[in-house]
Design a protein around this ligand. Structure first.
Ligand code: MSP
Length: 522
């Protein structure tokens, strides 16, 4: 495909200090649903995920594991690749910040920033000494006023991470000179930081005054060397953010992937890292003379059975366990349906089972199963031919046909929950229609009318299955197989190509099994 609409979206790159858990899977699933939606909608998509491998946190974890840092990263990075496969993530590239292409991009961006002046005509990068608080867990610097002293004598950042005093020679990025530009940027383009509540937090942080940012470290060596001064390695967040341009070929900007895909359409991130993406990142890019991303969305955090996930509680749920217990598509559906995207939520067994047995098995699964078995039994397994359509038939078809526009608007705003709610409203409407039209009774009185009703239902289910693909790709594919929809008629352009009467259908099979409790949950 050449020309046409493009869409570049990214997940955060994951620190390789830990095993993947539900929070990582969540970011990936949300971005994946969007990537799939955009591809089905005809866009040329570039979807990136990967691992963040430098910095003190990773260096310490490697040391604790008794491994050389690179060997440790190689091993843990692989776990994230496997998580992406497990969750059926359709990424086009997987970046690792220890790759040669990335080191080259970091050094080029550093040079580009250093070569240019701030809006106040000063050097963007200068040398000094950092003396202040640092939290290794967050890989972040904190001001004195942000630190609290706990009863245990530990000093903590607002995130709860312990901080330590750091004093070392460092290069600084003159962020303070970019304050007015950043305020103006978000006032002119409010859609660039979402949801609105997070944008307000970002703006008030910027307006509160920006301090220059330390962007190099000298007290350890696991990082990208600063050009012409390799005693310094780049601050891990400076290095990490650059992954988004490395992956599109930076420093080559005039041609190739960068020219096609930059600026990114969306960086999907968790709410904890919005400041890095909405304050530092656009300032670095603008300072280098590059365009800032079009949008950053900060989603909420999951608790598990009402509790924050933590090492001490040992309640990190590995994505594999979820998929084995509930099935992949039900987990994907739950994550995107259960809460307004952007809000925090709780991952509880009860809530998952409720969605599986309610929305998936009873509502959608049952609708498909009822209709397809009636066609199988009463229409010789062929798509029936519709007769003259009644207002009730037209109304249901109109609702199904209106979905694409509705979902496009919802996906454009990352309102996945609203998109799914809209799909399930049509599921409910179709279930009411089956009950009202009672095709099983028509079988005895008016088989032609029964054919029309089943046709209308099958065509509605085709719409639902096509549009559900981004969220439940495997289940939707199974359903489209059962409707004998050919592989080249599964994109959204094919919504306009109705089922052909007479098409032979395979034997129907359930797509969303009920969850049956095998033992009382612990
Ligand atoms: N390495 C940085 C990102 C650099 S991007 C240039 C990082 N990595 S992380 O592995 O700690 O976190 C990755 C993502 O997982 C973040 O977006 C974070 O918000 C998300 N989550 C971690 N725990 C989470 C929950 N409990 N719930 C939802 N998402 C959470 O930060």
């Amino acid at each position: 495909m050449s020309g046409g609409r493009t869409y570049y979206l990214t997940t955060p790159i994951f620190y390789v200090n830990d095993a993947p858990h539900i929070g990582h899977a969540y970011t990936c699933v949300a971005a994946d649903a969007l990537a799939r939606f955009m591809r089905l909608d005809g866009a040329r998509v570039h979807f990136l995920t990967g691992t963040d491998e430098h910095g003190q946190k990773v260096a310490k974890s490697a040391e604790a594991a008794g491994l050389d840092a690179q060997a440790f990263c190689d091993r843990v990075s692989q776990n994230f690749r496997e998580m992406a496969r497990l969750m059926n993530i359709s990424n086009d590239d997987f970046i690792r910040t220890t790759e040669e292409r990335h080191i080259r991009a970091c050094q080029a961006l550093w040079r580009a920033i250093a070569a240019r002046k701030t809006p106040k005509g000063r050097d963007n990068i200068y040398r000094g000494t950092y003396a202040g608080w640092y939290a290794v867990r967050d890989e972040a610097f904190y001001g004195e006023e942000e630190i609290t002293l706990g009863p245990d004598g530990a000093r903590r950042a607002p995130s709860g991470a312990e901080v330590e005093w750091v004093e070392e020679p460092s290069y600084f990025f003159r962020l303070s000179d970019w304050q007015d530009w950043l305020v103006d940027h978000y006032e002119k383009h409010p859609e660039r930081a979402a949801p609105a509540g997070r944008r307000n937090e970002v703006l008030s942080f910027i307006k509160g005054g920006l301090r220059d940012l330390s962007i190099s470290r000298t007290s350890f060596s696991w990082g990208v060397p600063v050009p012409d001064d390799p005693q310094h390695i780049m601050y891990v967040w400076f290095d990490a953010l650059i992954n988004y341009i490395t992956a599109v070929g930076y420093p080559e900007t005039a041609t190739g992937a960068f020219a096609t895909f930059w600026p990114a359409d969306l960086h999907m991130v968790g709410k904890d890292i919005i400041r890095f993406h909405c304050v530092y990142w656009p300032a670095f890019l603008e300072a280098a003379g590059l365009a800032p991303p079009k949008r950053v969305f900060g989603h909420g955090w999951w608790t598990v059975e009402g509790q924050k996930m933590s090492k001490s509680l040992g309640n990190f749920i590995p994505p594999r366990q979820l998929v084995e217990q509930y099935g992949l598509d039900p987990v994907r559906y739950f994550m995107l349906r259960e809460l307004p995207f952007g809000s925090d939520g709780d991952f509880s067994h009860r809530a998952v089972v409720h969605r599986i047995n309610g929305d998936l098995a009873n509502d959608f699964g049952n609708l498909a199963q009822r209709v397809l078995s009636m066609i199988n039994r009463n229409c010789a397994s062929r798509v029936p031919a519709p007769g003259t359509l009644t207002p009730a038939d037209e109304a249901l078809l109109a609702s199904a046909r209106a979905l694409h526009a509705r979902l496009s608007a919802d996906f454009a705003e990352q309102a996945f929950h609203r998109a799914l709610e809209a799909l399930w409203q049509v599921v409910a409407e179709a279930n009411r229609y089956v009950d009202e039209q009672a095709p099983w009774a028509l079988r005895k009185t008016d088989t032609a009318r029964m054919g029309s009703v089943l046709y209308v239902l099958a065509e509605t289910i085709r719409h639902l299955a096509l549009l559900a693909q981004p969220v439940v790709p495997q289940a939707a594919a199974k359903l489209l197989d059962q409707l004998a929809v050919p592989a080249d008629r599964r994109d959204f352009a094919a919504l306009a190509r109705p089922l052909v009467p007479g098409t032979q259908l395979p034997k129907p099979e359930g797509i969303f099994p009920r969850y049956v409790e095998t033992a009382a949950p612990a």
